[in-house]
Design a protein around this ligand. Sequence first.
Ligand code: ZN
Length: 311
Amino acid sequence: MRSAAASSRRRASRWRRSASNSPAWPSSPSRRVQNVLTAHQVSGERTQKHEHYLKGSIYCGDCGSRLLVTHAKNGKGVVYPYFMCAGRHAKRTNCLRQAMPVADIEQKVEDYYRQVQIPEHIVTALRHMLTRQFDDLHAASKTERRTLVAERDKLRDERRSLLRAHHSGAVPLDLLKEEQDRISRRLAFLDSRIEAGQVEYDQAKAHLEDCLELAGNAHAIYMSLNDSLRRVANQAFFERINVYEIEHIDAVTADHGEPFDVLFDPAVQGDALASDAELQQGTGAKPADVAGLNIQPQVGPEGLEPPTITV
Ligand SMILES: [Zn+2]
């Protein structure tokens, strides 16, 4: 199943690249995105009524094809919506997947959210570990910041001395002005660098905090959303949702999107718990490296300001 998941992930990434008409969903929601979701929910705005909210997220785990919605009569002649494998339907694959009642799959996706939602004590451990890693990553920029602040303090002193010298008659007015202009230009540059570095760090940390909060409340949040917002949540948390058939029972798993692929990873969660336990014992072990957590790109303007969500 692991290799199937890997190949389906490759397929997903190919599909995403080719889906040029798809909206540019953020790879991970922040609190701001969540606020947007809530705002839309309150306004009761619903779009794409004609499409099921799982469409586009949900795939046949057996052959990797997308699942389509169809309507069929059950034994009593009542028409119900079903998911069917597009590969089987178009005879593109040898898939033998039977149609799946939509309501059953909706329920299993809800259950999956419950399953991946991170318990509070693990969220806390992850927060500790990732914050320490953040601090490590930013140690270099902090050193640079200290250098900039030192230069700024020195220049401010220089400016004061210059003014005192002018008042005592030692520095003529034209020279005072020239020197003050030079100092002001350099100070403006230093101020902007110092401020930018701090804002970047604070926002990256806030973004991590938002994602942890979402991961720790994934099920509750999902259950509170209407259909069109569930679509947004599914796109944010998962690259794709796969429905497998295991011993005649439908089973839902998912390929997680960034950064939830790291946060939901049991190995990472285990590292976080172990790291916390070691710290509590005072051994002060360095936290395990989480190579998969792609923190840096989140710092960029695209990561910080999610595209406008129009649901
Ligand atoms: Zn299939």
